[in-house]
Design a protein around this ligand. Structure first.
Ligand code: UT7
Length: 323
């Protein structure tokens, strides 16, 4: 028998304010056509005054608990991926823990930017399979609208806010690729590329700072690294591309999503795509896509999923799981 982390529930939250591409035409030298054709993005949600990373994460977690039919007392760990925690510290995860009324167990943040949810899920999987936790809430939540330079058309049109949450639970499996739950993970980073995507503020500057990105340089790395990490995870899981039901990619750019699927020899019919409605929500994008994919009736119990992401660091990785 093999201890596996199986998926018990999923949920998401998107702030109410929706901003269409055309809005940016009023203040920037840009067009709906440019944004749509270069990125696939049509609209995104932006946090309003009352929304914070932790408040959105809490709402996503509540939806995941309801989906799983569980209470917060059933959870013993919260792992939250974000690069936009409400404060420098304490962690957004402990704020969520408090907002959910959880006074037991433990909660912590993971910071791997757009790959954050992959890192959080891989680490939560390790906690569950090693017996340090039985049920974990794994959350990705971001308010990137608060680190946008609204005069920089090359970045501010690309990002959005939101949160998604997954609940994983320890169950016995047979140790084969037919098991439910997380079957394999792969994590990578390379700090030589840190200047391609970073925020120019933090404790060293005394400011929050703004996101800076050499988008076309990140793009150059994305397809090859994403296809390679997906291949590694699939090999570790003992599955082949023709067994995959869904690719659930990080939602940064439809051209990266299409290029990666092609390199993996999988058709776009097998890809969950939400980038048109959410923009790039960094660590929130994959759990949002999982939740929306389930709500649309695309992801069903027993489906084999490969999920992958790349972002600032550079940091990238993938997870293969059976839903
Ligand atoms: O999630 C974290 C990881 N991040 C990513 O995965 C993002 C990866 N990169 C991308 O998605 C794409 O590189 C972008 C969507 C950011 C840009 O697309 P691109 O095809 O790589 O365009 P580019 O950066 O090479 O820019 C092409 C042109 C430039 O003008 P010139 O130099 O050719 O005259 C830009 O100044 O497009 C211009 N441009 C814009 N034009 C209209 C840049 N932003 C805009 C804009 N509207 N908003």
């Amino acid at each position: 028998m093999t201890r596996r982390a199986v998926i018990r529930g999923v949920g998401h939250y998107l702030p109410e304010r929706v901003v269409e591409n055309a809005e940016f035409e009023k203040t920037l030298d840009t067009t709906d056509e440019w944004i749509k054709s270069r990125s696939g993005i049509e609209r995104r949600h932006f946090a309003q005054d009352g929304d914070t990373t932790s408040s959105m994460a809490t709402k996503a977690a509540e939806h995941a608990l309801a989906d799983a039919g569980l209470q917060i007392s059933d959870i013993d760990a919260i792992v939250l991926a974000t690069s936009t925690a409400d404060l420098t510290f304490p962690s957004a995860a402990t704020m969520v823990q408090h907002q959910l009324g959880m006074t037991h167990g433990f909660a912590f943040d993971i910071q791997a930017v757009c790959a954050g949810f992959i890192y959080a899920l891989a680490n939560a999987n390790a906690l569950v399979t090693s017996g340090q936790a039985n049920r974990a809430l794994v959350i990705g939540a971001e308010t990137f609208s608060r680190i946008m330079d609204w005069s920089d058309r090359s970045t501010c049109v690309l990002f959005g806010d939101g949160a998604g949450a997954l609940i994983i639970e320890a169950q016995e499996g047979n140790g084969t690729s037919a098991d439910s739950g997380i079957l394999a993970t792969d994590l990578n980073s390379d700090g030589r590329y840190r200047e391609l995507l970073y925020v120019d503020g933090g404790v060293s500057t005394g400011t929050t700072g703004y996101l800076r990105m050499q988008g076309n340089q990140v793009f150059r790395h994305a397809v090859a690294k994403l296809a390679a990490t997906a291949h590694t995870s699939m090999e570790r899981a003992g599955v082949t591309a023709d067994e995959i039901d869904w690719i659930v990619p990080h939602q940064a750019n439809i051209r990266i999503i299409q290029g990666t699927a092609k390199k993996m020899n999988l058709p776009m019919e097998k890809v969950i795509v939400t980038v048109q409605d959410h923009g790039n929500t960094s660590a929130a994008s994959i759990p949002l896509a999982l939740s929306v994919g389930k709500a649309r009736g695309q992801i069903k119990p027993g489906d084999l999923l490969v999920t992958e992401a790349i972002g600032g660091g550079l940091a990238w990785g993938s997870v293969v799981m059976r839903w």
